[in-house]
Design a protein around this ligand. Structure first.
Ligand code: SF4
Ligand code: SF4
Length: 456
């Protein structure tokens, strides 16, 4: 297992803000002394990385030279930022080597929340949507194929929606839990393994994309899968852990080789001397690049639920939804319950924002009082827009406004897109027709679904 988050004992001042923010009580340490992470409990959400304000300034000296620390953290030598005590392990140096290696083909995907956070590291107002500039920047960096995690968010809905319908119709294990947040998945595996069958067997969009790049993508481009280096850009530090899980090798090798955070992508763009603000927007490559509004809102809490309900309603009833904006599942501040009438069935849903809020829901399931069908849990307080790999917002007073701007931008983009339901994505239809067959079919099962293991 890769430890993707660490606290530098030399830089930690013992303020213990990280202890307060950790949703699973994984950090401890004597008062005023350096904090330490218990990896049996840590789920790598990176909230401690977001909040940490103990740092070594550029050029100041500590007993370990800055160059050594930067190398250990996987940072590019050009990074001039302060080094914070709580930090994540970086892959930017390895990605730089891959995009400059003529013997490999690099394929990249970016998660929805990256495009509403990235510009903040270039001095642009929070929440600014920079999807098109981000794609141009990735091409300028030298990636051979620029695809999109939003595409496989749509694919996740096709698989996960079908799985939920099957479980309801065939008396399967309910409630079903979403499985796209790796921090939540790890938490279930280590603290509540008796509920692991409640987790959807769907891989996260990141992992579905990785498996498709090295199979379908390889076939389209007539490439040997072993020549492909698959890279993802995520707002999330737990995604680095997820990519390293041994189960995630449906293509025959690790499906996602390297994971950059939003901050690391900003560093790479600066390292290459690209003037991000002046870039002209462009479109991702086809296939595996087109997305709908439903795929895009995966980046906010309640988004996976809303996307699944948009598709589930229409697939079950055969009728269009009266109002595609399902406000009852949006803006959760902890636990939000809602019921949607789908044909004859009242589908009961729960959206949990922030891992610390999952406990009462888990208690209800364990004591037999739960009457709901589908539960979305995102470990970070507002979903991935507030993930551990996003640009840091150090001031508590600013954080609220920044997260609100990023969230508003997510919903605005959803409303602007011509297609807003995953099953309307024409490239999803094409990939099923040409390669996957049907949702929950043999090939989908092989590439897009997974299993879980007991931890701790
Ligand atoms: S990564 Fe998350 S779970 Fe792990 S110590 Fe930091 S805040 Fe706690
Ligand atoms: S909510 Fe999103 S960013 Fe946070 S741990 Fe889960 S997947 Fe990662």
């Amino acid at each position: 297992m890769q430890y993707t988050v660490e606290i530098d004992q030399e830089l930690c001042t013992g303020c213990h803000r990280c202890i307060d923010v950790c949703p699973v009580g994984a950090i401890g340490g004597p008062a005023g002394m350096a904090a330490d992470i218990n990896y049996d409990k840590c789920c790598f959400c990176g909230q401690c990385v977001q909040i940490c304000s103990a740092y070594q300034e550029y050029k100041s000296e500590t007993s370990a030279p800055r160059e050594t620390k930067m190398k250990d953290r996987g940072l590019l030598a050009s990074v001039r930022e302060p080094l914070f005590a709580a930090h994540n392990m970086g892959h930017a140096q390895k990605v730089w080597e891959a995009i400059n290696n003529p013997n490999v083909v690099t394929m990249v995907q970016c998660a929805p929340a990256v495009r509403v956070g990235l510009a903040e590291d270039f001095g642009v107002a929070s929440g600014e949507l920079v999807a098109g500039k981000m794609i141009t920047a990735l091409r300028k960096l030298g990636f051979d194929r620029v695809y999109d995690t939003n595409f496989t968010a749509d694919l996740t809905i096709m698989e996960e929606g079908s799985e939920l319908i099957k479980r309801i119709q065939e008396n399967g294990v309910l409630p079903m839990f979403t499985s796209c947040c790796p921090a939540w998945v790890k938490y279930v595996e280590q603290e509540h393994f008796e509920l692991h069958e409640n987790l959807s067997t769907c891989k996260s969009p990141q992992q579905m994309a990785g498996a498709l790049f090295k199979t379908y993508g390889a076939q389209v481009d007539k490439l040997e899968p072993k020549k492909i280096v698959s890279v993802s850009v995520m707002p999330c530090t737990a995604k680095k852990f997820e990519a390293s899980r041994p189960e995630m090798n449906a293509s025959g090798s690790q499906d996602v080789d390297l994971v950059l955070t939003t901050r690391e992508l900003a560093n790479l763009i600066k390292h290459a001397g690209i003037d991000f603000k002046s870039l002209k927007p462009s479109q991702p490559d086809s296939v595996l690049g087109t997305y709908t509004g439903a795929g895009h809102i995966f980046g906010v809490t309640g988004g996976v639920m809303e996307a699944a309900l948009r598709t589930g309603y229409e697939l079950i009833t055969g009728n269009p939804l009266d109002d595609i904006n399902i406000l009852d599942v949006r803006h959760s501040q902890g636990v939000k319950r809602a019921t949607l009438q789908v044909g004859d069935l009242a589908v009961k849903t729960v959206v949990v924002a922030g891992l610390e809020n999952a406990a009462p829901i888990i208690d209800e399931i364990k004591n037999g009082t739960a009457d709901f069908h589908f539960v979305e849990v995102m470990a970070c307080p507002q979903g991935c827009i507030s993930g551990g790999g996003q640009p840091k917002v150090l001031l508590e007073t600013e954080r609220k406004q920044v997260y609100a701007s990023r969230m508003a931008s997510m919903y605005k983009h959803d409303e602007e897109l011509p297609l807003r339901k995953s099953h309307d994505n024409p490239e999803i239809t094409k990939v099923y027709k040409d390669f996957l067959g049907k949702p929950l079919g043999h090939k989908s099962h092989e590439l897009l679904h997974t299993h879980y293991c007991r931890r701790g």
